[in-house]
Design a protein around this ligand. Structure first.
Ligand code: GLA
Length: 745
């Protein structure tokens, strides 16, 4: 998997991809290639791969007195601004006010198998035989700095992970101003810059813009990865379709401020960079100290959008999601938020719980409003003890009752926040993120706690631990409902640490709390949430196997949100709740069938007043839950396919199949009805096999027919087929269950 040629060329490869690096004439680590697998490289290939020709770099042609070499157009693994390369660099470092134009030279390297999981910080991990890594040690002897860069390739996957740390090996302090986690240089192939953008209630919509000379970027400065952009980005050839064409994905295993950008120079060279956002960031590196940047990942597929969807899913499921939850079925949740909001007591909750149990649900999640005096979103965050009026016999008693119903119990927390109207704030006003000047902003009536302060983290842990123990808790919904403003930590100030380190230290504090909880309660299921999908990233998924993807539970909106999310994250990572009609976010009326069909791809839940349902609706829920339980493995961990172009949003077609393609489920969704539609009558399923015979919802159909004609869309109402149309009107759906009944050859 790792081939080293003449100690100057390094080739990470498997059957899908090759990633090639080389030592440049100035001893810097250069990039050669990332793309389809090249197989073993021979020495004559090395000569071919080595780049010899330099372009003119304007007026500055020479690197360091060597007049045959310039960095201007060289593909580099760690480009530095201020050299003959005028593009933005990956590392900026100062000694007091003096910039250091660092000159890292390859010093040594070593290879190793496997990658250890450590709860300290989120990062990819792999078993002994599942990955191979090469760690380079690069030294800048003159400026007394060292960088360790580790590249990992995984068995059978199109992903490369990159981890790096910088150490001060001298006697003077240094200041890091920018340390991007990953750089990928490649030639433009008529690429589009693909990103997942949106807002609260409409997260992760796929956007694609043609790359042109200049820089395009997305990022976050909110102290969280954010609703507006996501650290997952991609470059895809304009001609790339669902199943064909080049696509490169990049992601960052981090939940805080980030920047992802692509810069195109005058020679059509692209530099894709991803890392912590340099704005408002600098980090002091004292002699002997080391700073580690978050890990980045790069994925390649030449099988179009579905190729990337599947590569992303496999990588995240195997190498990011906590091992305990890999391939483990998730409970069907009932969440009381949209059923009751703050208006509940133990009695009301227990009757909802009983009802949910009788319909087949498996876990009761007690959402916001159970603690302190919390009857609205204006108070009590930070006071993590149960509300006596709502739980007169204590939260422990409530938990026993839930468990006695054979339900698991989940509880909502918002660990990083405090309400001004809380005991915690009265006792510890200094624990809040606020500048010593008067200006302080408030969001959703709450302040952000100073998670850069280990005492704050420990105190929240102790409070959560008590509740977890008292309730024998199975599940935590970890919410985070506002972003950071006027960032300032009294703790950092007291300890002589620069405020420019705050945002990153805050994130490390959040990860520390996850670590404490999971070390004490390794099997607890944590669902991430940040006002819906405001922190949907690989940092959170390293600890929480699933995330509440959006506060918008409308089934139509969710089609777009889920389709976007799937480009970078597995189906098992988003939980979908069937909610009320009309929907609480957009007031749309949709049928229960449509809502259930949309929510079934991924972990399923319900979040509506069960007592407002008719007997017929309850029966429908029961039936759906039974169906879901039979197919839960497939609907959580199956291989996902997008069967329609993601741009054609009026018809969404999702498919999943098991590992040997014996069983397939397809969800067909029609958003708005069309008059006398001109659209295709059939749709194609690329992974079907001509040599097999299938059964489609009970009907035998040969693979040849299915493959060549496609599957007939569910009949649509067109004014003359009254009575026979399977789907009629707006917001309609249909599920196909396909099984192999005969293998002909
Ligand atoms: C956030 C979450 C919701 C719900 C509320 C409770 O908005 O995203 O699911 O938990 O908070 O206040």
């Amino acid at each position: 998997m790792i081939e080293i040629i003449n100690e100057t060329m390094f080739h990470l490869y498997n059957e899908k991809i090759s990633y090639v690096m080389t030592v440049l004439p100035n001893q810097q680590l250069g990039h050669v290639y990332f793309g389809p697998a090249l197989g073993k490289i021979e020495s004559f290939d090395q000569i071919y791969l080595d780049k010899k020709v330099n372009k003119s770099a304007g007026t500055v042609k020479f690197f360091d007195g060597n007049n045959s070499f310039t960095l201007a157009d060289r593909y580099q693994e760690l480009p530095i601004y201020g050299t003959t390369d005028f593009r933005e660099g990956a590392l900026t470092i100062f000694e007091e006010e003096t910039p250091l134009y660092t000159d890292f030279k390859l010093h040594s390297f070593r290879c190793y198998m496997g990658k250890v999981r450590n709860l300290d910080k989120p990062a990819s991990f792999a078993g002994e035989n599942e990955s191979q890594s090469i760690e380079f040690e690069l030294v800048d002897a003159e400026r007394e700095l060292k960088i360790d860069m580790t590249y990992t390739i995984f068995r059978g996957l199109g992903t490369i992970a990159r981890k790096q740390k910088i150490s001060n090996i001298g006697d003077e302090a240094r200041r890091i101003e920018r340390f991007m986690s990953g750089v990928l240089e490649l030639k433009n192939r008529d690429f589009e810059w693909v990103h997942l953008s949106g807002a609260w209630l409409k997260e992760r919509h796929i956007k694609a813009t043609t790359v042109s000379q200049g820089t395009m970027s997305v990022g976050s400065l909110k102290g969280a990865s954010g609703h507006q952009h996501n650290p997952f980005v991609a470059l895809k050839e304009k001609s790339t379709s669902n199943d064909h064409g080049y696509i490169y994905g990049a992601n960052l295993i981090y939940s805080g401020n980030f920047l992802a950008q692509v810069e195109m120079d005058e020679w059509n060279n692209l530099r894709l960079m991803i890392g912590m956002h340099p704005e408002h960031f600098s980090w002091k590196l004292d002699p002997g100290e080391t700073f580690e940047s978050p890990e980045s990942i790069f994925t390649f597929s030449n099988l179009g959008m579905n190729g990337l969807i599947q590569e992303s899913a496999q990588f995240v499921e195997k190498h990011i999601i906590p091992p305990h939850w890999q391939e483990r079925e998730r409970p069907i949740v009932f969440n009381n938020w949209e059923a009751t909001y703050f208006d509940f007591d133990e009695e009301k909750l227990l009757s909802l719980a009983k009802e949910s149990r009788s319909l087949g649900m498996e876990c009761f999640v007690l959402d916001d409003g159970w603690f302190g005096n919390r009857n609205s979103d204006r108070s009590s965050l930070g006071d993590w003890t149960a509300n006596n009026a709502k739980f007169p016999k204590g939260i422990g008693h409530f938990a026993q009752e839930i468990h006695a119903l054979d339900l698991k119990l989940g509880i909502w927390f918002e660990p990083e926040m405090v309400s001004p109207d809380s005991k915690m704030y009265q006792e510890h006003p200094e624990w809040v993120v606020k500048h010593p000047y008067n200006r302080i902003s408030i969001g959703r009536g709450q302040y952000v706690l100073d998670f850069a302060n280990p005492i704050v983290v420990e105190s929240i842990f102790q409070a959560m631990k008590e509740i977890i123990l008292e309730t024998n808790l199975d599940y935590i919904k970890w919410d985070m409902n506002r972003n950071i403003t006027e960032a300032y930590s009294a703790y950092l100030a007291e300890n002589g640490i620069a405020q420019t380190e705050f945002y990153h230290r805050y994130m490390l504090g959040v990860y520390k709390l996850y670590q404490k909880i999971l070390s004490a309660f390794p099997n607890i299921l944590i669902e991430g949430c940040a006002g819906g999908g405001g922190r949907y990233d690989l940092g959170i998924l390293f600890y929480s196997p699933q995330i509440w993807p959006s506060d918008d539970s409308d089934a139509v909106e969710r089609l777009t949100i889920q389709s976007g999310t799937l480009l970078g994250y597995p189906m098992s990572s988003f939980s979908n709740h069937v909610s009320a009609s009309p929907n609480h976010q957009v007031d749309r009326h949709t049928s229960l069938t449509f809502r259930q069909h949309t929510a079934m791809f991924g972990p399923l839940g319900y979040e509506l007043d069960l007592f407002s349902l008719s007997t017929e609706e309850k029966q429908k829920i029961k039936n759906h839950i039974e169906f879901y339980k039979q197919h839960r493995q497939l609907l959580t961990f199956g291989t996902f396919y997008q069967l329609n172009s993601v741009e054609k949003q009026n018809e969404v077609i999702w498919a999943v199949h098991d590992s040997d393609k014996q069983e397939i489920l397809i969800g067909f969704y029609k958003i708005l009805a069309e008059a006398n539609p001109a659209s295709e009558e059939f749709f194609h399923i690329p992974f079907l096999d001509m040599t097999r015979v299938y059964q489609v919802n009970g009907e035998r159909i040969s693979g040849r027919i299915l493959k060549n004609l496609g599957l007939r869309k569910p009949y649509q109402f067109n004014a003359v087929n009254h009575g026979t149309a399977q789907i009629q009107g707006d917001f309609q759906s249909f599920i196909y269950h396909i099984q192999v009944v005969e293998n002909k050859e």
